[in-house]
Structure formats: structure tokens, C-alpha cells
Design a protein around this ligand. Structure first.
Ligand code: TXA
Ligand code: MG
Length: 363
């Protein structure tokens, strides 16, 4: 990934650092999606993020930290770094960190008292991650502090995976400095694990790093929220904004179809006679025996490998959304944990999609 660094010169990154120090916003690439960054110690700058995104102030932000250099593969001592942000960092937490940071894993801890509640949405916990994208790392290292960064999209909309997506998202609304790091490799947001309850690691948002991978690399068992007794979960505040039923949504209606059941998905839209984009697995040569009137459909191939699918999911949704289809159909992702991240995003995108999506989302 080092070639991505060359997309932005040191001088541009220095300017971005100065913008953050001055309380401004900087959009920057991470390996998952582009983030909209601000100084995590500046309440006014944090407020600008919520305003720009149209995000309710009780939806907490992730603090992004620089990963110190590893010399000779030696393990980095994260304890003093985390001490500025988190309390009760357990042995289990350090196992996850040593295995997956920098990378697409966010961990939720009890917060240190110095962490602004403006960024935690009033909660006593804080979400932290060290992104691996070289531009994000250079920015964070030079800034020498924490940077809060939600995905750089308007609240509830599809997350951006390129610099031009970010530009498009805030065009005419916000004069924003955007660091260009090319297309994001992972393509969906980081996996979030809640470690704040002390004993159990709980999956709050599925992503590229799965519970099985965590278990096999660290021996730490990750529980799903459904595995944990209701009284152990605090439901009063939205822990993960992506956990709203509607999120990541295009303006064009989007639905999923079961294998070979395109016409069933269409039955909800009896008036649509044409302009339907149907995503099909690249492993299938055609839609099968649905007998649909092919003149009304256009097939768009999507990868049948889960990582490749994730990497292009938001790109496809944005592109299809701009092409003026009446309806977009995607195949239901197959069963299997490696598909959980994209299944989660697609289901929420379906629920929030359509011209009136913003009214769903704000609920
Ligand atoms: O991959 C990512 O995580 C990207 C890149 C930019 O780093 N960021 C991202 O941020 O997805 P955002 O704000 O779009 O989503 C962060 C999620 C939110 O849904 C939020 O509710 C959750 O993290 N979160 C933040 N702080 C939390 C906390 N203290 N407890 C539980 N969930 C938290
Ligand atoms: Mg987001």
C-alpha cells in the first residue's frame, strides 16, 4: 500500500495537520472507508463533524490513533498510549490489539475522564482504532494526538470509498480539505468489539475481521449481542449508529433477491416495467430460469468472493444510484460468517433506500 502515500505529498499532509490543529475538518482515507476527521480534544471541532454529517449528537465517534513503529517485529507497548484514552485495558484487549492493530478493528473501552463526552455521545465508554492506511498513519503520527473520524458521508447514507465520493457527498455544503489515498481496500467499516463490560467481548458491528479469525489468532471468544443476557446490555443509548435498521442507504430503492427469485423481489414494485439493475454473481453466466423480460433488466456483475464484494459494495451502490435506475436488485449474500459484514450493510441499505429514506433514518 505504500504507493498510496505518494498520492499526497508530505507538504499536503503537513497542511492537513495544521488544519486539524486549527480546529478544522480533514477527510482522509483509511483502509475501510474515508473518515471525516477532527481533533479529538477540541469540542468545537467535534461539533462541526456532527453538523456537517447531520448526525444526532448522541451517536458516538471513533478515536483514531497512530500505531507506533514496530522495531524488529517487537510488540508495541500500547499500554501508555491507551492510558490517555481508556480505563481497564485487559490482557484480552492487548491480545486483540497486538494481533490486529493497525487494521480494521475498533475496540470499545471504559473512557478515561479526560475524553470529551462530546465525542462519546454522553456515554462513559470510548471507541478506539488504529487504521492501517499509510496516509491515515502519516497524518496521525504527525498530528501527535487522537483524531475522531466518522465515515465521511451524510448521516444514514452510503459511506465513501474514494476521495471523489467525499467531494460529492459534501459539495456546496462544506469547504473541506480531502486527502486522496485512492480506493479503500476493505470497503466496509471496521469490526467493532465492545470490551467495556469487563468480562465478555461483544460484537457490535461485523466487518472484515470476523469472530472466528479473532478466536483463531488470539483465543479470545467474541459473543454476539444475542448471546448476552438482556440485563448485561445497556440499550438506552444508540451504541452503534449503523445498528439503526436503516443506514448505508442509496436514494434508489434497493432490494435483495434469493437465488433464482428475481421476480419475487419485483412483486413489491408492480409499476416498475423497466430500468431495473440486477447485480448477479460473477460466477453465474445469467440470471437463471426466472423468465424475466430481459429488455427491462440490466445485469451488473458482483464478485462472489466476500472480501472482493465488500471492497466494491459501496462503489457499486453509489454508481448505480447515480445511473437513474428505478430499482436496484442485489443477490442475497450466502450463509457464512465471512459474509456477515456485507449482509448487515446490504440489509440496512435496503431498509433505508428510496427517495424518502431520510425520514426512516432519523427514527
Ligand atoms: O471503519 C471505520 O470504523 C470508519 C473509519 C473512518 O475509521 N469509521 C466509522 O465511523 O465507521 P462511524 O462514525 O461512521 O461509525 C462508528 C460507529 C458508530 O456507529 C458509533 O455508534 C460506534 O462506532 N461507536 C462509537 N463510539 C462508541 C462507543 N463508545 N460505544 C459503542 N459504539 C460506539
Ligand atoms: Mg458511518
Amino acid at each position: 500500500m505504500s504507493s498510496d502515500s505518494s498520492l499526497q505529498s508530505s507538504a499536503v499532509i503537513n497542511e492537513a495537520v495544521q488544519t486539524l490543529r486549527d480546529g478544522g475538518l480533514v477527510a482522509f482515507p483509511t483502509e475501510t472507508v474515508y473518515g471525516l476527521g477532527a481533533d479529538a480534544k477540541n469540542a468545537e471541532a467535534i461539533k462541526k463533524i456532527f453538523t456537517a454529517k447531520g448526525r444526532p449528537s448522541n451517536h458516538p465517534l471513533i478515536v483514531h490513533l497512530a500505531a507506533p513503529d514496530r522495531f524488529d517485529q517487537a510488540q508495541v507497548d500500547w499500554v501508555p498510549i491507551l492510558a490517555n484514552w481508556a480505563r481497564d485495558v485487559s490482557e484480552e484487549a492487548l491480545k486483540l490489539i497486538n494481533a490486529f492493530w493497525p487494521g480494521p478493528l475498533t475496540l470499545v473501552f471504559k473512557k478515561d475522564k479526560s475524553v470529551l463526552t462530546d465525542l462519546t455521545g454522553g456515554q462513559d465508554t470510548v471507541a478506539i482504532r488504529a487504521p492501517s492506511h499509510p496516509i491515515a498513519q502519516e497524518l496521525l503520527r504527525k498530528f501527535k494526538g487522537g483524531v475522531v473520524a466518522p465515515s465521511a458521508n451524510r448521516f444514514g447514507k452510503v459511506s465513501p470509498t474514494s476521495a471523489s465520493d467525499v467531494r460529492h457527498e459534501f459539495e456546496g455544503m462544506l469547504d473541506l480539505m480531502i486527502l486522496d489515498g485512492g480506493d479503500c481496500e476493505v470497503g466496509i467499516e471496521s469490526t467493532i468489539i465492545d470490551l467495556s463490560s469487563g468480562d465478555k467481548a461483544i460484537l457490535l458491528r461485523p466487518g472484515a475481521i470476523t469472530p472466528s479469525e479473532i478466536f483463531s489468532k488470539t483465543g479470545v471468544k467474541v459473543y454476539l449481542p444475542g448471546d448476552v443476557k438482556a440485563n448485561e446490555l445497556t440499550e438506552d443509548l444508540p451504541k452503534v449508529s449503523g445498528s439503526l435498521k436503516a443506514h448505508y442507504a442509496p436514494t434508489t430503492p434497493l432490494r435483495l433477491y434469493a437465488p433464482g427469485r428475481v421476480l419475487d423481489a419485483l412483486s413489491e414494485f408492480p409499476d416498475i416495467k423497466s430500468r431495473v439493475a440486477v447485480a448477479v454473481w460473477d460466477s453465474d453466466s445469467c440470471l437463471g430460469d426466472d423468465g424475466h423480460p430481459s429488455a427491462h433488466f440490466e445485469e451488473v456483475e458482483v464478485p462472489s468472493d466476500s472480501a472482493a464484494f465488500a471492497s466494491r459494495l459501496y462503489r457499486s451502490l453509489r454508481d448505480l444510484d447515480q445511473q437513474g435506475w428505478d430499482l436496484i436488485l442485489f443477490p442475497e449474500p450466502p450463509a457464512g460468517e465471512e459474509w456477515d459484514g456485507v449482509r448487515d450493510r446490504l440489509q440496512r441499505a435496503c431498509f433505508g433506500s428510496g427517495p424518502s429514506s431520510s425520514s426512516h433514518v432519523s427514527n
